[in-house]
Write a protein that binds this ligand. Structure first.
Ligand SMILES: [Mg+2]
Length: 229
């Protein structure tokens, strides 16, 4: 049996939309730093950013210095996780079509499924649990591991080795994501990259940025399997 490792991004790759009553960011900024604001980053968008990066950049934009930010950052992340879990209880997560079926097929093939996401581990699993697909995933690199997406990939590879004795072979590791950040990070390790145009970026954007394969979405399971093998 050929062992393969498939690493998924979450937002706009597996998860289409989250509908919750409340803004966990706003609640956490207010409760920990005493400011009334939601996400405030100067980058074009938050797609592909880790939760830690989003927090740091927002606080910088609000005039906090590094010492003030770092002093309470861990507590901020814990508080953010608490609000996410609370709001998700009565909220709703919609997945893109056929995602559970695709994950089931890949898991039937005994492939190792993992996550590379800017979400913290707790927020990632809270979202996936709400969507009913948490059982497919055990390992990954998460937004609270590091603010750096490359580091997340490194950690996911280490965890796959530790938990499943996965022998690294760059041809057998696929990273699936919707943003340039997903693709760039994977490329650093010469992994196979699949760009999906279900977020802000088109197939041609993702192709230009170096994705090995590009798809409109992950609905056509046979097509995805023909790439992964
Ligand atoms: Mg994404």
């Amino acid at each position: 049996m050929v062992q393969k490792l498939i690493l998924f991004d979450i937002d706009k790759t597996l998860v289409d939309e989250m509908v919750i009553d409340g803004n966990p960011w706003q609640s956490a900024f207010k409760s920990v730093y005493g400011i009334d604001c939601g996400i405030n980053v100067s980058s074009v968008n938050t797609h592909g950013m880790t939760h830690k990066q989003i927090a740091i950049e927002t606080l910088k934009n609000k005039g906090f210095n590094e010492v003030e930010i770092l002093e309470k950052l861990d507590f901020f992340i814990e508080t953010l996780e608490k609000f996410y879990k609370e709001y998700l209880e009565n909220g709703k997560i919609s997945l893109f079509p056929k995602i559970p079926e695709l994950l089931q097929k890949l898991s039937d093939k005994k492939y190792i499924l993992g996550l590379i996401t800017g979400n913290t581990r707790i927020i990632a699993f809270a979202k996936l649990k709400k969507a009913g697909i948490n059982k497919f995933f055990t390992i990954g690199g998460f937004g609270d591991d590091s603010a750096n997406r490359e580091e997340l990939i490194k950690l996911a590879l280490e965890r796959a080795k530790e938990k499943y004795s996965f022998q690294f072979d760059n041809k057998k590791v696929f990273v699936i994501g919707d943003t340039p950040k997903d693709i760039f990070a994977a490329k650093k390790f010469h992994l196979q990259t699949i760009g999906v145009a279900t977020g802000l970026y088109s197939k041609s954007d993702l192709k230009k940025l170096g994705a090995d394969f590009v798809l409109d979405n992950l609905q056509d399971i046979e097509k995805v399997l023909s790439i992964i093998g």
